[in-house]
Ligand binder design. Structure first.
Ligand code: HEC
Length: 239
């Protein structure tokens, strides 16, 4: 059944995981539900309380789409592997389902119970956790692991470069990957390049400038050491 869905989506040119698209509905609704419940608590306005409950019901309905599709994405894009983040997501998704079920059931009769605010709050925290582990799952692989001395450099790569240069590739200009780039041969060339990036013919490209206020020389050096280790050193002949 899963593959039929992916085949249909591929027909219109969509080949990414589907869960991230659906999951914003319950996540957003849960954050909204807490905000409206808090507003109701502060202003004593019943209308806000109703809104909190109604959008919680909507969140609950979307769980029945988001969880199975997440499961299908996991099978298709991660081969159903028991990765730590997946375990955390399954545990939190179960907790989230139970919290929302309780909120929907209790809220039917007791909109104004103080327990509702606690349930909405727990729901919001749980979607935060789910989002965090989802992000870990996607972004972690963008910056390959490295020994402890490259930790700071790796962190800089993850936050400043890995969006475009995941795993050393280049998602905007694939023919100019970071891996084995000539600028990695020495630190000065590298520093000059990231301060004012250009295409090989000297024309302006679309890589942003990393000026001193964004990245100090020292941070750039730590970044360089990580890149050198990860995307260049291993490729050098071992004589
Ligand atoms: C918004 C996307 C983007 C980000 C973020 C980005 N780059 Fe780039 N990078 C590019 C593009 C596009 C090119 C091709 C040259 C250009 O457009 O200036 C490039 C080229 C390069 C090259 C030269 C590759 C070659 O083979 O000539 C290096 C080295 C490089 N980037 C390093 C980095 C580093 C280090 C960071 C983080 C500090 C970074 N880039 C952040 C998009 C990005």
């Amino acid at each position: 059944m899963g593959s039929v869905l992916y085949d249909l989506l591929a027909l219109v040119g969509y080949s990414h995981p589907v869960h991230p698209v659906l999951v914003h509905v319950p996540a957003g609704m849960s954050i909204g539900a807490f905000c409206f419940a808090l507003l109701a608590f502060l202003t004593k306005q019943q209308a806000y309380r109703n809104t909190a409950y109604q959008i919680t019901v909507l969140a609950f309905v979307f769980i029945f789409l988001a969880i199975p599709v997440g499961f299908m994405d996991w099978q298709r894009f991660y081969g159903g592997a028991w990765i730590f983040e997946i375990k955390m997501k399954l545990a939190l998704a179960t907790l989230y389902f139970l919290l929302m079920l309780t909120a929907v059931v209790i809220g039917r009769r007791h909109h104004d119970s103080p327990a509702m605010l606690a349930l909405y709050f727990s729901g919001m925290l749980t979607v935060g956790g789910l989002g965090f582990f989802g992000g870990q799952l996607v972004y972690r692989g963008f910056a390959p692991e490295a020994p402890a001395q490259f930790k700071i450099g790796r962190h800089t790569f993850e936050s400043h470069c890995s969006g475009c240069h995941r795993r050393g590739e280049n998602i905007i200009v694939p023919s100019l990957p970071l891996r084995n780039a000539p600028q990695l041969q020495n630190f000065n060339d590298f520093l000059n390049f990231i301060r004012d990036p250009k295409m090989p013919d000297g024309s302006p490209g679309s890589m942003p400038r990393f000026t001193l206020d964004k990245l100090s020389d020292q941070e750039a050096k730590q970044l360089y050491d990580y890149l050198y280790f990860e995307f260049l050193a291993q490729k050098r002949p071992s004589y």
